[in-house]
Design a protein around this ligand. Structure first.
Ligand code: ADP
Ligand code: MG
Length: 392
């Protein structure tokens, strides 16, 4: 059976609007703040979750998606969902918290309350060996042609050579101590590594396969709101390591599938809310390179990408131009309008594009599908689960 995610309905012509989930997709969701982007992401996540086949991983910088574990309590939800043959419901949520959840959330009450509401809360630690030597240097903003950069690069490379996957930050420190070089350089690097330990984001005991923490039968939500969007780009680091790891694993899995060998690594849909922070135009971040690769080369290994942003012009154009499906909520900034319009194809009717400016309420969108060569005004359906946006 064909897997089509029902996003909502069009008024003219009347009908349900779907996105094919049988193949890998790249989707842009954009529009001003408060126009319903995160909500729309949630609708697509629900649809995929209802199919229950692919792994869904949502990068959640605002910490709003955990509420998907609860049913939509809006009064008219039951009625409005009925036309889609759906009911309000909570979904299984696997909440991934970088570091120690207890420390990050600051109280055990929060964790037990989340558990009581049916969420599975898991700490996520990065394996130091899942970062390439270049990534280690980038993390500390070190040039690999300068003393500290050269030394750190060498140390991580040696660890990888000698210990394969099985090394932790103290092993990198040991290598640094053993290398030839100035004491001053070594001390500066050791201080940086100590600082990295203090972030409590790295695995401290043993190598752990990231794949093990992703649950195929739940919505995997990466709560990045617990990490400050600070100088070291730790949020980007977590996304980069996860995305790199999944990319590699799925590349192997794809080869196995083609050879008729068994694999338990399902295809993956990666959702990134506030994506301009992870793959920005005009500047580099730890996660940008892998997101671009995912967008450009991810079809073959079965990797889909959905990016949402209030500022499409701030997303790297290499990602933007890959997005063959664009769900556009109201936009008023000239620059963003231009960025979206630049992606338009010949089949677009000018008047429809100009209607983007005139969209009104939340959930009102123009959806453009390059492959189907369609552009229609779509009202995104109500959510089955509770939407966690909005301010206190
Ligand atoms: N399709 C929709 N139907 C009904 N209400 C919606 C819809 N989309 C968004 N909303 C409402 O609009 C508000 C803003 O949505 P949100 O997704 O948080 O905006 P954004 O991510 O664009 O800033 C939310 O309170 C939400 O309940
Ligand atoms: Mg949002």
């Amino acid at each position: 059976m064909e897997k089509s995610a029902i996003i909502g309905k069009s008024i003219e012509p009347v009908g349900k609007i779907t996105i094919s989930c049988d193949k890998s997709q790249r989707i842009l969701v954009c529009g001003k703040t408060g126009t319903g982007k995160s909500y729309t992401l949630g609708v697509l996540i629900e649809e995929l979750s209802n199919f229950g086949e692919d792994i869904v991983l949502a990068v959640d910088p605002q910490g709003i998606f955990w509420t998907m574990a609860e049913p939509n309590q809006v009064t008219e939800a039951t009625d409005k969902l009925q036309e889609y043959n759906l009911l309000p419901k909570g979904f299984r949520v696997n909440l991934l918290v970088p570091g120690d959840p207890l420390e990050r959330y600051g109280s055990s009450d929060i964790i037990s309350e989340l558990a009581r509401r049916g969420l599975f809360v898991q700490g996520l630690r990065l394996n130091p060996s899942d970062l390439s030597p270049e990534m280690w240097c980038d993390l500390f903003n070190l040039d690999i042609n300068e003393l500290q950069g050269i030394m750190l690069f060498k140390a991580v490379r040696l660890c990888k050579k000698k210990l394969k996957n099985n090394f932790l930050i103290p092993n990198i420190a040991d290598q640094i101590i053993k290398l030839d070089g100035l004491d001053k350089t070594k001390e500066a690097l050791l201080r940086k590594l100590e600082m990295a330990e203090d972030w409590q984001i790295f695995e401290e005991h043993q190598y752990r396969e990231i794949w093990e923490i992703l649950q195929p039968n739940a919505i995997n939500i990466l709560d990045l709101s617990v990490i400050a969007q600070g100088r070291y780009g730790l949020r980007n680091l977590v996304v980069a390591v996860l995305a790199n790891f999944i990319f590699e694993k799925r590349t192997i899995a794809r080869r196995r599938e083609e050879l008729g060998l068994a694999t338990d690594m399902r295809k993956v849909w990666l959702f990134i809310d506030e994506a301009h922070n992870f793959c920005p135009s005009g500047k580099s971040t730890l996660s940008k390179e892998i997101i671009i690769r995912w967008a450009k080369e991810g079809r073959q290994p079965g990797l889909s990408l959905v990016v949402a942003s209030q500022q499409p012009s701030a997303i790297d154009s290499e990602v933007l131009t890959q997005c063959g499906i664009r769900i556009i909520h109201r936009i008023t900034s000239k620059e963003d309008y231009k960025a979206v319009n630049a992606l338009s194809q010949d089949f677009l009717d000018d008047s429809l594009v100009s209607r983007i400016k005139n969209l009104t309420g939340p959930g009102q969108t123009i959806m453009i599908d390059d492959e189907k060569e369609t552009a229609v005004q779509v009202l995104v359906r109500l959510r089955q689960s509770n939407h966690g946006g909005g301010s206190a």
